[in-house]
Design a protein around this ligand. Structure first.
Ligand SMILES: C[S@@+](CC[C@H](N)C(=O)[O-])C[C@H]1O[C@@H](n2cnc3c(N)ncnc32)[C@H](O)[C@@H]1O
Length: 275
């Protein structure tokens, strides 16, 4: 199926095969998923019964980081890579709550995500859905600069939420993140959240190991990297307080009303400033 501009889609649309975007949507309780995606969701829930808690925590982390960057640091343009289906509290909604003219560009290669994103953003002059492969940073940046979607000579908030763990090769993943960081002006920020294996004999470590093993080679691979590996994505930028933490511990909004689940310890996130 060609895309809306007549070009071939970056990834094929096949509702009989699971897509990572639609599986994540199912996990988030969204409507944009099919039986093939829900089969995968059930497999995830067998291994990690609280996986929905994790998805919720990841979204809450994103909301707090975007609020922090917009309201505290004055960032008024965002590049959200591998943005997924619009659900609730998307980057532009949070940013524009604090600055109605905050610009947001979403990038995703999934044509169904793009269609939903474009529909949601049709009436929003400051937010845009770009169809692109985020593993090609030079192309993505060149296109966004050429079309004046973002001004790379001014600070940008780069969002890499639950996406770098889909890039299998660590060196390749580092190179890709670094290429985006290099293109950013001083005073820009990187918000990165990544699946993590604490490898400490806890239930969280068992969940991380079994999820990674179960989906290895399926096209839905999610790497649970070590803290040191995740820290290495922040090369060239300065991690802000409170550093690289479990999502629920990154400037929490207030007291917890429920104890954290083991899945809370299967990802790490941090926000860093480019000097
Ligand atoms: C796990 S979802 C994360 C969604 C979102 N960042 C969030 O935290 O809710 C990963 C998303 O990245 C997209 N994606 C994966 N690889 C990509 C690539 N190479 N280029 C662009 N998008 C990609 C998928 O289509 C999917 O929507």
């Amino acid at each position: 199926m060609p895309g809306p501009d007549g070009r071939r889609p970056l990834v094929p649309v096949d509702f009989d095969r699971p897509s990572i975007a639609r599986v994540f949507d199912a996990l988030m309780g969204g409507q944009d998923n099919y039986e093939a995606d829900r089969v995968v969701l059930r497999q995830v829930l067998e291994l990690a019964p609280d996986a929905r808690v994790m998805a919720k925590e990841v979204r809450h982390w994103l909301v707090r980081t975007v609020r922090y960057l917009t309201d505290r640091e004055g960032i008024d343009q965002f590049l959200d890579l591998g943005s997924g289906f619009p659900t609730s509290d998307n980057t532009h909604q949070v940013a524009q709550r604090y600055n109605p003219e905050a610009r947001v560009v979403y990038v995703d290669h999934d044509p169904v995500v793009q269609a939903h994103g474009r529909a949601m953003l049709a009436a929003n002059d400051f937010a845009h859905m770009a169809a692109a492969d985020l593993t090609k940073p030079d192309e993505v940046i060149e296109e966004l600069a050429r079309t004046h979607r973002l001004e790379f000579e001014r600070p940008v908030g780069l969002i890499l939420c639950a996406i770098v763990h889909h890039i299998q090769d660590l060196d390749e993943a580092r190179k890709i993140v670094r290429a985006y960081v290099d293109a950013l002006a001083p005073g820009s920020f990187v918000a990165l959240l990544h699946q993590h294996n604490p490898a400490d004999g806890t239930e969280a470590a068992d969940i991380a190991t079994s999820l990674e093993k179960r989906f290895n080679g399926t096209g839905l691979d999610t790497l649970h990297r070590t803290r040191e590996e995740i820290e290495s994505f922040f090369e060239g930028v300065d991690l802000m307080e409170p550093g690289l933490t479990y999502p629920h511990l990154w400037w929490p909004d207030g007291p917890r009303f429920t104890p954290p689940s083991p899945v809370n310890f299967t990802s790490l996130g941090g926000v860093a400033r480019k000097p």
